[in-house]
Design a protein around this ligand. Sequence first.
Ligand code: F6P
Length: 344
Amino acid sequence: MRVGVLTGGGDCPGLNAVIRAVVRKGVGEYGFEFVGYRDGWRGPLDGVTCELGIAQVRGILPRGGTILGTSRTNPFAIDGGVDRITATLARNGVDALVAMGGEDTLGVATRLADEGVNVVGVPKTIDNDLSGTDFTFGFDTAVNIAMEAIDRLHTTAESHHRVLVVEVMGRHAGWIALHSGLAGGANIILIPEKPFDIDEVCALVEHRFKLQYAPIIVVAEGARPANGAASTAGSAGGELDQFGHERLGGIGDRLAYEIEQRTGKEARAVVLGHIQRGGTPTAFDRWLATRFGLHAITAVHDGDFGVMVALRGTEIVRVPLSEGTATLKVVDESQYAEAEILFG
Ligand code: F6P
């Protein structure tokens, strides 16, 4: 059997660990051959391939990013996109595809599976917002990077009696903000799921200063004030990608400015941005990504298509792709309320 492999959407630590596990087990156990598709769905769309075998996956387990490259190409936004993909697969003699991605890439995989393409999905996103799986790989790495930043910001904030606002990723879901904020002892955590009241934020800031400490606020890029919109990033503000997403960013600065104006306390913003997505994966993400890869290629071997692998407890299971992509997994009220006890 010939298997195509692609990685789409934002890159994420652990992608190379999945590719390695898929190829190692596919070649070693099942005698499969592989075709690498470059840059997400652009690869099969434009017929851009690369060699993918044991030699290409040597040494990539700890390496961040993806050796296959990635993009946010949406074949359903391009005239004749699906036909171009099926034609490429036929031309390359590819019987099945392993597609790694988040809501967008796996959303495309779901629709292609409906059109008869043999696809197995692997859920990937640092945002951890895919349904059907307890965790996606990449998330743990991002949370640890954000936590370390928060730890460091505490000492400098206290030395200068300043408010420090840390902007983390999380377009629709505040999982990175919530987990890193709890782990780093942030005094306020703001997430997209719960629009915030700026007066309440300022009251918490003032309370923190009264205790002789300096406040650290963790804010997800998609968070917004109760009476306002999410902040879009600088020159690209308002521009949409092929999946209709705006590029977010700027809420940290906006918040720091408002706090300084209202409380008179100096406030600065730190944007962690792509630092959260780059570099080597944590042990947890390598473990999860490797297991996802091993199980994904077994699903291909079993001819079980239209599914994605998922973590439930400590088990890797298969769930219909549609289940993973139908709705986003967002932070629920009760988990946020737990964290709120520690605010201020
Ligand atoms: O989807 C993952 C993610 O990291 C989001 O948190 C963020 O909004 C987006 O990707 C940023 O994407 P890009 O790298 O294309 O700017």
